[in-house]
Design a protein around this ligand. Structure first.
Ligand code: 3H9
Length: 693
């Protein structure tokens, strides 16, 4: 063994095996190990061909992302890939699991590729704010054509072995005995003495596009339009486009420059932080490999409203059968129509195949008969947000649900411990807080109540994974983590409005920062009455939002909210009536409204989030700063490229954050008084996004 890379010979074929658990990432040791094995093979005369394979669960899943924060060390990955490609003997990559990023680039450097039919391949660097930096943007277009390569590189989508074979990325797909098959394949190439195929020298698939790049350009423009301020997709397009105008060497040189720029940039640092944050969030105190998971085969969702329907779709799309229970026939009919039209639209847009839509639909059943909960292993309550109602539902569940069933509430604010008192089995009660639309939004706040059993929590986290959600475990607090921070932010929106900012100015500051929509437009879209009810239940006030609701201005659904809406339009239009109302409310409070600069508005939208995050961490409601980032990026539209509120605070510098909070608190604003944890971390030079309670 050398650096987790072993060498053996099978007949006249050398087998290099990378064994670097868990995912065979290309650490420095692995790169050096592969290079050393090539040296050894080059010095031998009893070898005619080489197979490069991996031990464990997967082929190489990419460069070792943890090394990106340190200066690169030789051998550099692009050089190693070039070395493989220029090797004197044919090299066959034997692929199982996932060949991703630098892993696929290694495979592209090999002369042939053989894969198990279950394997998947892709260049997901864009999701880390990067581009493939080891020749991938230059070799993939030569393997599959520039248009397919563009789509794969800009979206980061993985493709299955069969598709990869069809596209020309794989030479053979086998059902089993991968190593034996790859060795046979390599030996046959050597015997035939066939000229070695090197992708960097193969321009055939580029030629049509070089002659007429219009179709490529059309696709590129569409992809650029979706880039939304992200640097990586733009760089990916540039690099792939270079294959049409540059030779391989020039294209690769530019790829390396672009990679280095992106790697140093703030956006990639933020996205790499989120990658590791997602993995860390799976680790929850009190839960480990020994904690069993309950067997979940049937799911029941109570309440066929927007939330219930979305949750049902999330399960059906993941292949899990679900029954939607609601006594109201009309609600069930509406839910059925919504679900059908949703799947139909997804199929029309090509997001899923018609077969997948059909299959998902067959997995959703509906009934008005509550006693059917008795069949379910997991019941998710998604009824109206009202404590008395929720307690009644849980008391009924206690009577009808089978022993061992998990009783989950989708409550977004209410005290789960109190809900659990309505049952005789509080250990089975847990929160599953989905975000609307529940079939689309990636976030799942898993709420651990005081008595929630470890296996219940482990099961729900596992279910989240099956649904493709980012599950973050949180503790009990009004609004848990996400909504509690939202509340703090919205209180500051109220202050901004009363002091003189207009809804459109606040929203413009938010979208300029990177949110898809501003808080006023979001309020109008989701319905201002929702927050109004929640505030009333909690004895809280939001002077402007309350006054709008008192006048029946609930947002888009009533044609008026912060903004006004023309019939049938969702475009927010500034409304003088809202302005007049805010003027009146400000005057009642003795506030003279004044213009507020964009920069100050932005700070006052973001700093309260950071400050509340620090309070939440101190109270232990969230486990880590990185969990808070996941919640806000995946559930509330915080720009991914800024890594979440805690990471953004670190990038601004906690000293600066504390100083700006003090500045705003100086205006008499209690809400922006720096949380003690922020001051403490700023003084000790630690990071909020790395804080673990
Ligand atoms: C790249 O290649 C750049 C090049 O183009 C150019 C260079 C010059 N590095 O996800 P899991 C860890 S960029 C380091 O839970 P799964 C992960 O943190 C890279 N560590 O497993 C976790 O650690 P822990 C392009 C990595 O089975 C453990 O492995 N490649 C890396 O659900 C298990 O991970 C990618 O972007 C890595 N590259 O999914 C692929 N990958 O146990 C990134 C994983 O301590 N990886 N770890 O928490 C993935 O998408 C998934 O991990 C994978 C497995 C699908 C492979």
């Amino acid at each position: 063994m050398s650096g987790n890379v072993s060498l053996e010979t099978r007949g006249r074929v050398a087998l290099i095996t990378v064994d670097n658990p868990p995912v065979n990432a290309l650490s420095h040791a692995v790169r050096a190990g592969i290079a050393a094995r090539l040296d050894e093979i080059a010095a031998r005369d009893d070898v005619d061909a080489v197979v490069l394979a991996c031990a464990g669960r997967t082929f190489i899943a990419g460069a070792d992302i943890r090394e990106f924060n340190a200066p690169p060390r030789e051998p550099h990955l692009p050089d190693l890939v070039d070395r493989l490609e220029s090797f004197k003997l044919p090299i066959v990559a034997a692929i199982h699991g996932t060949a991703l990023g630098g892993g696929l680039e290694i495979a592209l450097g090999c002369h042939y590729r053989v894969a198990l039919s279950s394997a998947r391949l892709g260049l997901p660097e864009v999701k880390l704010g990067l581009l493939p930096g080891a020749g991938g943007t230059q070799r993939l277009p030569r393997a599959v054509g520039p248009e397919t390569a563009l789509e794969m590189i800009v979206t980061g989508r993985m493709i299955a072995a069969k598709e990869a074979h069809g596209a020309g990325l794989l030479d053979a797909v086998v059902e089993d005995d991968l190593i034996a098959e790859a060795i046979g394949f390599a030996a046959a190439r050597a015997e035939r003495n066939a000229p070695i195929r090197r992708l960097s020298k193969m321009d055939e698939k580029l030629e049509a596009c070089r002659r007429d790049p219009s179709s490529f350009e059309g696709k590129a423009q569409k992809m650029l339009a979706r880039a939304k301020g992200l640097d990586a997709p733009v760089a990916c397009v540039e690099a792939v486009r270079n294959t049409l105008t540059m030779d391989f060497v020039q294209g690769q040189k530019r790829e390396r420059e672009l990679f280095a720029q992106l790697k140093q940039g703030e956006q990639s640092k933020a996205q790499r932080h989120l990658f590791f944050a997602e993995r860390k969030a799976q680790k929850v105190p009190g839960i480990d490999r020994q904690t069993g998971e309950r067997d979940i085969r049937k799911i029941a969702v109570l309440g066929a409203g927007t939330m219930g329907s979305g949750i049902a779709m999330a399960f059906a799309s993941a292949g899990l059968p679900v029954v939607l229970i609601d006594p109201d026939d009309k609600a069930r009919e509406r839910a059925r129509a919504t679900i059908e039209s949703n799947y139909q639209k997804s199929a029309e847009r090509g997001r899923i195949t018609p077969d997948m839509a059909e299959r998902a639909l067959t997995l959703v059943s509906m009934t008005g008969d509550f006693t059917q909960v008795a069949e379910a292993d997991l019941v998710i309550e998604a009824v109206f947000e009202d404590m008395a109602l929720k307690k009644k539902v849980f008391a009924d569940l206690d009577r009808h649900a089978k022993e061992g069933a998990i009783l989950a509430s989708n409550t977004s604010y209410l005290d789960l411990d109190e809900i659990a008192t309505a049952t005789s089995r509080p250990r089975d009660v847990v929160g599953m807080h989905f975000f609307s639309p529940a079939n689309v939004m990636r976030l799942l706040e898993v709420v651990r109540a005081t008595q929630t059993a470890p296996d219940v929590l482990a099961t729900v986290i596992g279910i989240g994974r099956k649904l493709g959600k980012v599950s973050v475990t949180v503790g009990l607090a009004y609004g848990f983590v996400g909504n509690r921070m939202l509340l703090a932010r919205n209180m500051e929106v109220e202050n901004l409005l009363l002091e003189g900012a207009r809804p459109q100015e606040i929203d413009a500051a938010a979208t300029e920062f990177g949110f898809a929509m501003g808080p006023c437009a979001v309020g109008d879209l989701s319905g201002l009455d929702i927050g109004w009810r929640a505030r009333k239940a909690a004895g809280l006030k939001g002077p402007v939002a309350d006054a709008l609701c008192e006048r029946g201005r609930f947002g888009q659904k009533t044609g008026q909210g912060y903004y006004r809406y023309e019939d049938g339009s969702r475009t927010p239009l500034p409304d003088p009536e809202t302005e007049a109302l805010i003027d009146e409310l400000a005057a009642e409070r003795g506030i003279t409204r004044r213009p507020i600069e964009r920069q100050a508005i932005t700070e006052r939208l973001i700093l309260p989030l950071i400050n509340e995050a620090a309070h939440i961490l101190t109270e232990g409601v969230a486990l880590r700063g990185s969990d808070i980032d996941l919640i806000w990026v995946n559930g509330y539209g915080f720009p991914r490229a800024k890594g979440g509120p805690a990471f953004h605070a670190d990038q601004l510098g906690l000293d600066h954050v504390v100083a700006r909070l003090e500045h705003h608190a100086g205006g008499g604003n209690e809400r922006t008084k720096p949380a003690p944890l922020l001051t403490e971390l700023a003084q000790s030079g630690k990071r909020l996004s790395e804080y673990e309670g």
